[in-house]
Design a protein around this ligand. Structure first.
Ligand code: PMP
Ligand code: GLU
Length: 397
């Protein structure tokens, strides 16, 4: 007899992981799929980081790590916050987990009680709303629109605040839209939060280094709210280390302690070897980060140019991350004679099966009029994928 708990039964599987798997399955069958579903840098982890991991193995880092992470890594993260963001998080305020996704899960479980409301601007990253559900909180979604670069305003946030609001989840640069909130926009949001002393800000800054408009602005920079802000970050995107699984938080001390307690019971602590690699990533020369950023900018320009040339597709120009979130709803209701496209899932399945391009349906991000393309792939793949997309869409009438 199957008897999954109601908590897990109501959890949706990760759509990004699911589309990635579908793409891989077709590839395993010998089909030449261009995978633009899962968002991960296509670069290899830089050599100096790999060397540090090899050394950690030889130095016998084979024992359990401390629950919140090794002291040298927490120190390196504390220095990173100071150096790059001018933020003061002591090493005690830092907890290292198995990826930023894991960090987020710990923060949400440590902060959200049953019935607490969490404000989530949409389009949102798929995992946010699911984690809030597991914590038995209530998602309060506010929608950004393509004409407003998918950003929500401080006024829109203020309108949905109730006595039950416990937190707001912000993501800039954003997955899935690539939008970047300006310093002014962040400041006006901070002014609203300032007035509500029971609201916490969970700010996901994992794409901070993939920013095409200038210096990263952290939501934790405002003194009036800094006691209520937790920053989520990690090494996955900046250093092409998605598989190493190292993420971290900078948080108020009490929250860092709660997350450490949870981590101590759930998973002990993240892999020792990966932690040592992350120390090297954070403490070494950072030129690999800007090199990758340059490649992403070139690809952004390339894909935007090619998308403009496809009828019925409307897109904003992303300022960061490595995603575009075009509107595709003009194709809903159309058919190629064999199948009808009713929604963004049908649309993405059509692209997968007819054009062999894996993307992710907008439904998963709370915006069914669009779909997400990850352009963290080679220029050749981008050109070929857009050619295939244009071709396949021209058959829909
Ligand atoms: N936040 C956002 C917005 C992301 O896109 C990702 C990548 N999936 C994560 C967090 C988690 O990153 P990781 O677990 O690889 O550190
Ligand atoms: N950031 C990636 C994405 O959104 C990774 C997949 C995931 O962690 O869900 O595609």
């Amino acid at each position: 007899m199957e008897s999954v708990s109601s908590r897990i039964a109501k959890l949706a599987p990760s759509a990004t992981m699911a589309m990635n798997q579908k793409g891989r399955d077709l590839k395993d069958k010998g089909i030449d799929v261009i995978n633009m579903s899962v968002g991960e840098p296509d670069f290899y982890t830089p050599d100096h980081i790999k060397e540090a991991a090899k050394k950690a193995i030889d130095d016998n880092f084979s024992f359990y790590p401390p629950a919140p992470g090794f002291p040298d890594l927490r120190e390196a993260i504390s220095n990173k916050f100071k150096r790059e963001n001018n933020l003061d998080f002591s090493p005690e305020q830092i907890v290292v987990s198995a990826g930023a996704k894991n960090s987020l899960a710990h923060v949400i479980m440590s902060l959200i009680d049953e019935g607490d409301e969490v404000i989530v601007p949409a389009p949102y990253w798929v995992t946010y709303v699911e984690l809030v559900k597991v914590a038995e909180g209530k998602n309060v979604v506010i929608k950004g629109t393509i004409d407003n670069d998918f950003k929500v305003t401080a006024e829109e946030i203020e309108k949905v605040i109730t006595p039950k609001t416990k937190a707001i989840l912000l993501c800039s640069p954003s997955n899935p839209t690539g939008s970047v909130y300006s310093k002014n926009e962040l400041e006006s949001i901070a002014r609203v939060i300032e007035k509500h002393s029971n609201i916490f800000v969970i700010t996901d800054e994992i794409y901070e280094h993939i920013n095409f408009v200038g210096k990263h602005e952290s939501m934790a920079q405002y003194d009036s709210i800094k006691e209520r802000v937790v920053v989520i970050n990690g090494v996955s995107k900046a250093y092409a280390m998605t598989g190493w699984r190292i993420g971290y938080i900078g948080a108020p001390l009490w929250l860092a302690k709660a997350c450490t307690k949870l981590q101590g019971q759930f998973m002990t602590g993240p892999t020792t070897i990966a932690q040592k690699a992350a120390v090297a990533a954070l403490n070494s020369d950072q030129s690999c980060v800007s090199e990758m950023n340059k490649a992403f900018l070139r690809r952004r320009d390339l894909i935007i140019d090619l998308l403009k040339d496809i009828d019925g597709i409307k897109t904003s120009v992303p300022d960061g991350a490595f995603y575009v979130f075009p509107e595709a709803s003009s194709y809903y209701g159309k058919s190629d004679g064999k199948r009808k496209i009713e929604n963004s899932t049908d649309f993405c399945m059509y692209l997968l099966e007819e054009a062999h391009i894996a993307t992710v349906p907008g439904e998963a991000f709370g915006e069914p009029s669009g779909f997400r393309i990850s352009y963290a792939t080679s220029d050749e793949n981008i050109v070929e994928a857009m050619k295939r997309m244009k071709n396949a869409l021209s058959r829909l009438h």
